[in-house]
Design a protein around this ligand. Structure first.
Ligand SMILES: Cc1cc2nc3c(=O)[nH]c(=O)nc-3n(C[C@H](O)[C@H](O)[C@H](O)COP(=O)(O)OP(=O)(O)OC[C@H]3O[C@@H](n4cnc5c(N)ncnc54)[C@H](O)[C@@H]3O)c2cc1C
Length: 295
């Protein structure tokens, strides 16, 4: 199948791009490997998106984004993009998914940023790893649990606020001395008696617990302690999600972006400026630029 545009990823960036493409009557495909809404499914409350003066839970924003797609009759193709190649001579992109191959003149990559993995955690045996996560989403329905979150940035604190609002007991273990989260989030976490945080924590070992799923051995300022938790969440930052780029495409990406054939938008391209409103703005801008070129 051949289309003018392929949008890869139906997070806020890809959704904004798709809606604007539809408004310009441009023929496109929107690929999504999971479900629309992207990372917002993890967010406790989105409080800086203009138009929601009281903030909005991330899950509710995901529902609204889905409704927005529905209102434009945009149905994503629920397929994982496994490879993206630029076929230079024919000047088309080849998009290979788990089930089919597609061609497009322009690609909008909106695949976001994936959690940075930690080798030592991934090397643990499976029964332990079943209770260790890189996102909060899989355990959002849990109540009355004890959860250790390793991290010091916005995500660690947002995860804590999310779980802490559902009667869970949360410990944020920060590897260093520096807290990197927004003061706004730190103040909210400090005000929640179910959330405690401690600095300079070094994880020394993870094993099976006796009363809870995991036994964590850690050292704080040289003092070694053990504690049991139901779950561990690792919030070690994020990395741009380009695993499906063909190696040649990586080398030609800059040139293709310059001539308006490849657009990288949202968290994929924004470094530390990972925010939904920025991602949406990127999506609308890319779609308007594509419309101007194809017209
Ligand atoms: C805990 C947390 C709290 C946050 N709170 C806020 C907040 O309060 N305010 C705010 O503005 N922002 C917040 N954010 C950030 C915001 O969620 C992101 O900036 C935004 O979701 C980025 O949108 P995106 O579309 O670029 O990427 P993503 O949301 O990551 O979406 C990318 C999409 O691409 C899909 N995808 C990836 N690879 C493939 C593939 N190979 N094939 C098909 N589909 C693929 C993914 O499944 C996903 O749906 C928060 C994020 C987190 C994690």
């Amino acid at each position: 199948m051949k289309k003018d545009v392929a949008v890869i990823g139906a997070g806020p960036a890809g959704i904004a791009a798709a809606i604007q493409l539809r408004r310009n009557n441009i023929d496109f495909l929107l690929f999504e490997k999971d479900r629309p809404g992207g990372l917002l499914k993890n967010a406790h409350r989105v409080e800086n998106y203009p138009g929601f003066p009281n903030g909005i839970p991330g899950a509710q924003m995901v529902t609204l984004l889905q409704e927005h797609l529905d209102s434009y009759r945009i149905t994503p193709l629920y397929e994982t993009v496994e490879a993206l190649e630029y076929l230079g001579e024919e000047k088309l992109f080849l998009i290979t998914t788990s089930t089919a191959a597609y061609y497009s003149r322009v690609v909008v990559a909106a695949s976001g940023a994936s959690p940075r993995r930690v080798d030592a955690v991934d090397a643990l045996p499976l029964p332990l790893r079943e209770n260790i996560f890189y996102e909060v989403f899989p355990i959002l329905k849990e109540r009355g649990k004890r959860v250790l979150i390793i991290g010091a940035d916005d995500e660690a604190f947002d995860y804590a606020l999310n779980l802490g609002s559902y009667n869970n007991e949360i410990i944020i273990a920060m590897p260093g001395q520096q807290v990197k989260a927004l003061p706004w989030l730190i103040d909210k976490a400090a005000a929640n008696p179910r959330i405690v945080f401690s600095k300079n924590v070094e994880i020394k070992g993870i094993s099976a617990g006796k009363t809870k799923n995991l036994c964590i051995t850690f050292s704080t300022r040289g003092e070694r302690t053990e504690g049991e938790v139901d779950y561990l969440i690792v919030a070690a930052g994020r990395e741009p999600q380009r695993v499906f780029y063909n190696p040649l495409l990586i080398t030609r990406a800059k040139e293709l972006k310059t001539v308006g054939r490849l657009y990288e938008i949202g968290d994929l391209a924004n470094g530390s400026y990972r925010q939904a409103a920025i991602a949406c703005g990127n999506g609308i801008r890319a779609a308007m630029q594509i419309a101007a070129c194809l017209r």
